[in-house]
Write a protein that binds this ligand. Structure first.
Ligand SMILES: NC(=O)c1ccc[n+]([C@@H]2O[C@H](COP(=O)([O-])OP(=O)(O)OC[C@H]3O[C@@H](n4cnc5c(N)ncnc54)[C@H](O)[C@@H]3O)[C@@H](O)[C@H]2O)c1
Length: 428
């Protein structure tokens, strides 16, 4: 059958090896999920969850009832009982979080709701998972960390780009020592979102406001998450401080003038957000990472994805690698030239099952890892400390931008435990 209501993994479902280190909770053989926010990303995750063994969606919540209904139909079609729906307005997620038949509250709502929903979930004894970012302010990041610690619940920020095929190949390459010690990385989220930010039905309804309110790197985690994992941030190294600088702002205003008729309110909006923001992070071990944000101007997509080591370098867009002593001197190889040696075991295990899932399959890998970690009582690949340190870059870049790019300390949410936490393993 398409969905699996069983409380155990399917016999033919390929299992990976056991956990590494860090916080674990008792295993939950069948994870009962409350999904909150059934829009674009929520629907994509729900499509995955009805196919992943070891979980069942029991609750759906959205302020637009038809979205919850539409997704409930999918759950039923996959062979499960109809979930309970919570669609009675902006705060009905509180009732969804209190629902007795829920182990995990997973949200893909607009950014302002991530923290209140996850906090409510944890206070109700549920594990919490949220679409990116984990939180918007420094205080919120600490609230998430402290609540997860006090309630002993997972609080996971779902960074799908950590599960991109090339990101996983690179992680495997680095763990096997092919690039030596990694000294420097360059990451970013460079995505022309002008149309998305002006869409009057989906993300445009809420996302453009953040560009009106803040001059910062508004979306650091897609690029930063994978390089932070590769460089053992919070697991052997940690962010120390950053400096940040933004360009002037033109893209969204120009777009509004081009696309909207005279007199439309969008045409009179002004934006604090500089169109291109770059920051440079120094780590405790002395390594460096640049993180870019460029979402308001015409350009092809890129996350940059560069890692420079003592024995070689990888770079994305297009994917290429140079390994000293292996590649021809001064010449790039294509990353996939080395796929036989470095394909990530998770990709080998699940590539077939992930076919057709969102963002080239990476959304499926992250959902599988979330559910199977809960099923087995394992540590999360990305825990609350990772979510907080990757997300707090927005706050730190905002401070630095506002103060002539002066250095801003990046909080250590692990409170020194980064020194003893072990690097993320290569999980099969
Ligand atoms: N990881 C990725 O690749 C990726 C891609 C797109 C979006 N996202 C993230 O996913 C999240 C949602 O983005 P989206 O594109 O799905 O947006 P969306 O606007 O399509 O969906 C948001 C949904 O939340 C619902 N909602 C709003 N307020 C609510 C409330 N108070 N209670 C319950 N439901 C509420 C809306 O009705 C809508 O259905 C954002 O955090 C965004 O950053 C991640």
């Amino acid at each position: 059958m398409a969905g699996c209501a069983a409380t155990q993994h399917n016999a033919d479902w390929p299992l990976g090896p056991m956990p590494t280190n860090n916080f674990t909770a008792p295993p939950i053989p069948e994870v009962r999920v409350a999904y909150i926010g059934c829009g674009g990303m929520g629907s994509a995750h729900i499509n995955n969850l009805v196919r992943i063994p070891g979980c069942r969606i029991t609750v759906l919540c959205d302020i637009v009832p038809e979205r919850a209904e539409r997704n409930a139909d999918k759950v039923v079609k996959a062979g499960f009982p109809r979930p309970k729906l919570y669609t009675a307005g902006e705060m009905d997620w509180k009732n969804a979080c209190a629902s007795a038949d829920v182990d995990l509250v997973y949200t893909a709502t607009p950014w302002r709701w991530h923290v209140p929903i996850c906090l409510e979930a944890m206070e109700n004894g549920k594990h919490a998972a949220t679409e990116i970012p984990l939180a918007l302010t420094l205080d919120e990041c600490w609230q998430m960390v402290e609540t997860a610690e006090r309630t002993q619940r997972h609080c996971v920020m779902m960074e799908n780009c950590c599960y991109g095929r090339s990101e996983m190949i690179v992680l495997n390459m680095i763990r096997k020592g092919a690039l030596g010690e990694i000294l420097h990385a360059e990451a970013g989220y460079m995505h022309d979102l002008r149309a998305v930010k002006h869409d009057q039905n989906g993300e445009g309804v809420w996302r453009r406001q953040h560009a009106i309110d803040r001059d910062a790197n508004l979306y650091p985690t897609h690029g930063l998450g994978p390089v932070a994992q590769a460089m053992n941030i919070n697991r052997g190294d940690a962010f120390d401080y950053l400096v940040s600088m933004s360009s002037t702002s033109r893209g969204l205003e120009d777009y509004a003038i081009e696309q909207f008729p005279e007199g439309h309110p969008v045409r009179s909006e002004t934006y604090r957000l500089g169109d291109v923001n770059f920051c440079m992070i120094k780590t405790k071990l002395g390594h460096t990472i640049t993180v870019g944000h460029d979402c308001n101007l015409p350009r092809p997509y890129s996350r940059i994805s560069l890692l420079q080591g003592t024995k070689g370098i990888v770079q994305g867009y297009p994917n290429r690698v140079y390994i000293e002593g292996v590649s021809k001197p001064h010449q790039w190889d294509e990353l996939l030239d080395h796929v036989e040696e470095y394909e990530h075991p998770l990709y080998k295990r699940l590539a077939e099952a992930a076919k057709g899932a969102g963002h080239g399959g990476m959304d499926f890998f992250e959902d599988v890892r979330l559910i199977e970690s809960l099923n087995r009582g394992e540590a999360m690949d990305m825990d609350v400390y990772d979510g907080a340190s990757w997300s707090v870059i927005t706050h730190c870049t905002e401070l630095s931008n506002a103060d002539r790019s002066r250095p801003v300390d990046i909080p250590d949410f692990t409170r020194g435990r980064w020194k003893s936490r072990k690097p993320l393993a290569i999980l099969g």
